[in-house]
Write a protein that binds this ligand. Structure first.
Ligand SMILES: *[C@@H]1O[C@H](CO)[C@@H](O)[C@H](O)[C@H]1NC(C)=O
Ligand SMILES: *[C@@H]1O[C@H](CO)[C@@H](O)[C@H](O)[C@H]1NC(C)=O
Ligand SMILES: *[C@@H]1O[C@H](CO)[C@@H](O)[C@H](O)[C@H]1NC(C)=O
Ligand SMILES: *[C@@H]1O[C@H](CO)[C@@H](O)[C@H](O)[C@H]1NC(C)=O
Ligand SMILES: *[C@@H]1O[C@H](CO)[C@@H](O)[C@H](O)[C@H]1NC(C)=O
Ligand SMILES: *[C@@H]1O[C@H](CO)[C@@H](O)[C@H](O)[C@H]1NC(C)=O
Ligand SMILES: [Zn+2]
Length: 411
């Protein structure tokens, strides 16, 4: 049951922090070892040379609209509109989107990068790393989804994340914050991750972790999924708040402060939906609090109303398959877009939450649009599909390219 809770709630810390359960699985599951060998081997591949490929007759999403049919050319790993020297032509006949971005995920296998690629998700932001060797191997996999990651999550000793979920990234006092943060970035992490929870850090330790992160010119992401912890996260001036409160909806006043402080939010309605739909899970998790999906939706509506940047993220976890029924890596981002529109976002805002908005706030240069010189991360839709009419049509996937290399699922 303890592991269920861990995986459920947030799975902030990556699988190897769960002592016992997963380490046992590593020893006995041969396919997992095979995957890791493949993962380490795959790094050494170089980009296969490709001539220019023209996608003709495609309707391009430019960040706001889907335009008239035109031609987009893939030149190596980049986009161009210069048709000279085209080697291969593909009649697109459909919409073409920049590859989608999942701003909150947990993964540990090459298989997950393949699954994401098959769903047109070409960039992911991992929200925790407990094995820097593994995270380095997941990075820069040629022809697959790009993996960016937080370091080991900072947690308070004796907090729920420590005692129940097995997290070990302890910070005991504000004075320990600079060294912890230096290790996170010394190990190549893109951003800092910290946990706000009812029995977690006091405000001073939060503030010290965020300050130490900012002192290095980096950004901090804070997990918070209850009302009280949200307040702590807002006050700490962390950059990206992960989740929304599922106990008591955040207020209009809180949303306005988040906006004023230029913070942003990744609501992860997907995980809220899965957990709150399962009475067993709610009873395990709630600790006496009512957790409702509606509270999360009400929070998203306050944030939208205040104009807070909202990023699409799922909290999908590839170690959670047996616990979180339906939490499948890849498809869940498309579901998140549907949940965001059901909560009141327009279709274009939802698409922007998985393209333009995360690119801006995560500083992903050259990834958010289809422009000259941008990275050729592309999702070609089937003829006639228009996700601006119905967001579920992002699932009408015809072909996908990561950095100019088409992802072709193994037969
Ligand atoms: C970390 O990951 C690497 C690559 O998968 C693996 O070889 C190593 O055993 C892992 N280390 C631990 C402590 O789990
Ligand atoms: C954590 O709990 C242990 C055992 O209950 C206790 O001895 C220790 O002082 C606690 N540490 C903190 C930092 O609260
Ligand atoms: C990487 O992190 C570990 C702790 O997890 C730390 O001991 C080590 O110094 C860090 N490496 C760098 C280069 O910061
Ligand atoms: C939880 O919600 C139910 C139904 O709205 C209500 O009857 C109950 O009192 C609430 N419990 C708590 C602990 O807030
Ligand atoms: C609810 O969660 C439990 C524990 O993970 C799981 O065994 C059960 O199948 C889930 N129920 C449904 C309807 O998904
Ligand atoms: C969008 O398409 C889905 C799947 O075809 C359908 O179930 C849904 O009703 C459509 N929604 C709208 C608003 O048309
Ligand atoms: Zn998470």
């Amino acid at each position: 049951m303890q592991f269920i809770i861990y995986l459920l709630l947030t799975a902030l810390l990556g699988p190897s922090s769960v002592n016992g359960y997963l380490s046992g699985r590593h020893e006995t599951d041969g396919s997992h070892i095979e995957t890791q060998l493949e993962l380490l081997g795959a790094r050494s591949q170089s980009t296969p040379p490709t001539g220019k490929i023209a996608l003709t007759n495609v309707r391009v999403f430019d960040g706001w609209t889907i335009g008239e049919p035109s031609t987009v050319v893939i030149d190596g790993d980049s986009i161009t509109f210069d048709p000279r020297g085209v080697h291969n032509t593909i009649d697109g006949e459909g919409g073409v989107l920049p590859g989608l971005i999942d701003s909150h995920i947990h993964l540990s296998t090459l298989a997950s990068l393949k699954s994401l690629s098959s769903y047109g998700i070409t960039t992911v932001m991992s929200m925790g790393c407990t094995n820097y060797t593994l995270c380095a191997a997941l990075r820069n996999q040629v022809g697959l989804t790009t993996f960016f990651t937080a370091g080991e999550g900072a947690v308070a000793r004796n907090s729920t994340h420590a005692t129940v979920f097995g997290a070990t990234g302890f910070v005991n006092s504000p004075s320990e914050a600079p060294e912890f943060v230096a290790n996170v970035f010394g190990n190549g992490s893109e951003y800092m991750k910290l946990i706000a929870e009812p029995n977690g850090f006091n405000q001073a330790t939060h503030d010290a972790l965020v300050s130490a992160t900012h002192a290095l010119g980096k950004v901090a992401m804070t997990h918070a999924q209850d009302y009280g912890s949200y307040e702590v996260a807002i006050r700490s001036r962390t950059n990206g708040i992960q989740h929304v409160p599922f106990d008591i909806p955040l207020t209009e006043e809180m949303a306005q402060r988040i906006k004023q402080q230029a913070q942003y939010v990744t609501p992860t309605l997907n995980i809220g939906k899965i957990v709150t739909a399962n009475a067993t899970l709610v009873s395990i998790l709630s600790g006496g609090m009512n957790l409702t999906y509606q509270a999360g939706v009400a929070g998203v509506q306050q944030l939208m109303h205040a104009g807070v940047p909202l990023l699409a993220g799922t909290d999908a976890n590839d170690a959670a398959g047996s616990f979180l029924v339906g939490d499948t890596i890849g498809i869940t981002l498309h579901r998140e877009l549907q949940y965001l529109t059901e909560a009141g976002m327009s279709e274009v805002e939802a698409l922007r939450a998985a393209t333009v908005v995360p690119s801006i706030w995560h500083n992903l240069i050259g990834r958010w649009s289809i422009r000259e010189g941008y990275r050729a991360d592309l999702l070609l839709l089937k003829p006639g599909s228009d996700p601006l009419r119905n967001i579920s049509q992002t699932l009408d996937i015809a072909r996908v390219w990561n950095g100019g290399i088409e992802y072709v699922p193994a037969a």
